[in-house]
Design a protein around this ligand. Structure first.
Ligand SMILES: [Zn+2]
Length: 161
């Protein structure tokens, strides 16, 4: 038997103001992305913004449906849009934020496992890691470079692709 230990690392900033200019700007785009959230059921608005190498920004927001499982997270809305429309323009970074009137968010929300798995595949497609910036209005910012910090045991099988 062998024990293995996996350590992950991420950076924490006290607020968006502490970030470098491009990241700060992308956070503002993620806030804008929440405007189109369709979340009448959870009342939990999520916005995602992808910065592509060309400078283009892709927006995603959570899209719920009365048939609950038919909805989709903000991250996957943005990532699938990228894959469908701009696969040759690599994703440099992704900012994700959330807001609800129901309670105060004091720390960043983290992406669900399905979104992380999709992000992993996007990184494989473009052969470059994506900087992920998670933040809320009045809380800290978490930044990591690439999916492996969030999902070290991501599913990937070379022989399937
Ligand atoms: Zn998700």
């Amino acid at each position: 038997m062998t024990n293995h230990e996996i350590k992950i690392s991420f950076q924490e900033y006290t607020s968006v103001q502490e970030l470098e200019s491009a990241d700060r700007q992308l956070c503002a785009e993620a806030v804008k992305a929440m405007d189109n959230s369709h979340s009448p059921y959870s009342k939990f608005r999520v916005g995602a913004a992808l910065l592509l190498k060309s400078g283009k920004v892709i927006y995603g927001s959570n899209q719920e449906n009365v048939a609950y499982p038919s909805g989709l997270c903000a991250e996957r809305v943005a990532l699938f849009h990228w894959g469908a429309n701009h696969p040759d323009d690599p994703i440099v970074s992704m900012a994700v934020t959330a807001h609800t009137d129901e309670f105060e968010l004091k720390k960043p929300i983290t992406s669900c496992g399905s979104c992380l798995q999709v992000l992993a595949e996007c990184e494989k497609m473009q052969r470059e890691p994506v900087k992920v910036i998670l933040f809320v209005a009045n809380g800290p910012v978490w930044v990591t470079n690439g999916i492996e910090s969030f999902l070290p045991f991501l599913f990937f099988e070379d022989r399937l692709s």
